[in-house]
Design a protein around this ligand. Structure first.
Ligand code: ADP
Ligand code: MG
Length: 224
């Protein structure tokens, strides 16, 4: 599903040049659950953003479902991302001005799904994420665990093939963190490919494979 070859990313500002990723060779098969680990600043988020078509690499190749996507324009990346990739972030990234229901409905609206179908899908996913009772509330009125469940509902409502989670339990206590990990595991069991960045050895144990980064390079690829 994902094949990175000699991939690199350099950030350039006027004064400094930061090599965030270097010589990354990595493959992820359909349906895999992979954890990415490594110290702060080693390039984990950059790698996830490139895989998620939020950013382009500077060098190297990136094949997604057989298509070379390393040099796409932003609008092409956005188009390809829709319905294919769902994101979950440490800081939830919900829209504060929208209710829980509206946040979760958003991807379907972008995809021009008819209103009736949107309503059924939102209802179903809110039930599954055990957050239906909060549908009319705003994100700030929810606990961290509830916000992350809303974020996961939004990430998966369009049934993406791939879920990218960047430290999804980073702002949660252990009970809520475990619930999020169980949700990701369940989605993986249903056939979704999951790539998760984590600092937690405990969370990484849910994955089938651990990729370790250091200074922008893959230093280990550990199969469970
Ligand atoms: P991690 O997620 O592992 O903590 P990041 O991928 O966020 O690491 O960052 C890797 C390196 O790239 C860091 O040195 C960081 O400062 C740099 N970096 C990340 N994003 C940018 C950016 N948009 N502009 C400049 N430098 C960046
Ligand atoms: Mg990061």
């Amino acid at each position: 599903m994902i094949r990175l070859e000699k991939l690199g990313k350099t950030f350039r500002t006027e004064e400094v040049e930061t090599i965030a990723l270097q010589d990354i060779d990595l493959q992820v098969g359909k349906g895999e659950f992979v954890a990415i680990m490594g110290p702060s600043g080693c390039g984990k988020s950059t790698l996830l953003n490139i895989i998620g078509l939020l950013d382009n690499p500077t060098v190297g190749k990136f094949h997604l479902n057989g298509q070379e996507v390393s040099r796409l324009r932003e609008n092409e990346r956005t188009e390809l991302r829709k319905g294919t990739i769902g994101f979950v972030f440490q800081s939830f990234n919900l829209i504060d001005e929208l209710t829980v229901w509206e946040n979760v409905e958003l991807p379907l609206t972008y995809m021009h799904i008819p209103a009736k179908e949107r309503k059924e899908k939102v209802k179903e996913i809110l039930q599954r994420m055990k957050i239906s009772h909060r549908a009319g509330h705003f994100p700030q009125q929810l606990s961290g665990g509830q916000q992350q469940r809303v974020a996961i509902a939004r990430a998966v409502i369009a049934r993406p093939q791939l879920i990218l989670a960047d430290e999804p339990t980073g702002n949660l206590d252990s009970k809520n963190g475990m619930e999020v990990m169980e949700l990701l595991t369940e989605l993986h069991r249903e056939g979704t490919t999951v790539i998760m960045v984590t600092h937690s050895e405990h969370d990484a144990r849910y994955a089938e494979r651990i990729v370790k980064l250091f200074d922008g390079k893959v230093i280990a690829n550990i199969v469970d």
